[in-house]
Design a protein around this ligand. Sequence first.
Ligand SMILES: NC(=O)c1ccc[n+]([C@@H]2O[C@H](COP(=O)([O-])OP(=O)(O)OC[C@H]3O[C@@H](n4cnc5c(N)ncnc54)[C@H](OP(=O)(O)O)[C@@H]3O)[C@@H](O)[C@H]2O)c1
Length: 231
Amino acid sequence: MATVLITGSARGIGFELVKQYAAAGDRVYATTRTPASADALNAFAADSDGLVTVHAMDVGDMASVQAFAEEIGDTPLDIVINNAGVWGGLETQIFDNMDYDNWAFEFNVMAMGPWRVMQTFWDNVLASDQKKIVTMTSQVSAHAYDHIVGYSYASAKAAVNRLVTALAEEKKDTGITLALMHPGWVKTDMAGDVADIEPVESAIGVHKVINEMTHADTGKFLKWDGGIHPW
Ligand SMILES: NC(=O)c1ccc[n+]([C@@H]2O[C@H](COP(=O)([O-])OP(=O)(O)OC[C@H]3O[C@@H](n4cnc5c(N)ncnc54)[C@H](OP(=O)(O)O)[C@@H]3O)[C@@H](O)[C@H]2O)c1
């Protein structure tokens, strides 16, 4: 049984990942900014025989991250999934109209947020058997992707890519595997119905890739379907 921490797990891909890990019999710490309104996640957790518990954690706020860290103490965490993400809308992140507050907000959640989580729970991961940290990025962060879809979102994801590849190199000898993951273009609140795949398909793929991931994958940009994402 693995112990798993998932950020942003009340809806979308995060919630489907909670279901995948619980179905595999793993212990899941499902975190959300607002447990009080996470009705579907709370109902799922209540029915999980204690496998899933719901906790407050806003990855944009260090005090909130530290408060959750105090809750779990030195519990080993086999897998940490930096899933939380925000999309401020396309119309306010184009060349002619950039919302700088939203840019800072997206950067705080999707670049600094994973950093806060990695830094805070590093020793928990180090104490585990699997030692895996996976950060959700996006194909739009890759230079190889042929068009930009939102400058602030893409640049926040590009920043987290660099943070993860650099940290993977620095910490290679610790045995912790740090990988980036493109989860597909997924029909969630973020991408809408125009996207390609359902959240459950993405989560099944991400779950399988993480299961099969080894330390040789540290620093890699992986895809939900098992491939390597071109940069
Ligand atoms: N959908 C896609 O096509 C796609 C493609 C590439 C990458 N991604 C990435 O995949 C991840 C999941 O996306 P999704 O499509 O499932 O999006 P989603 O349905 O919009 O869900 C985003 C989740 O992130 C949480 N969140 C936002 N800000 C947070 C914060 N400060 N602290 C903690 N949690 C926070 C939200 O929590 P609340 O419920 O509290 O709002 C929500 O649970 C994101 O990192 C996203 O960028 C998605």
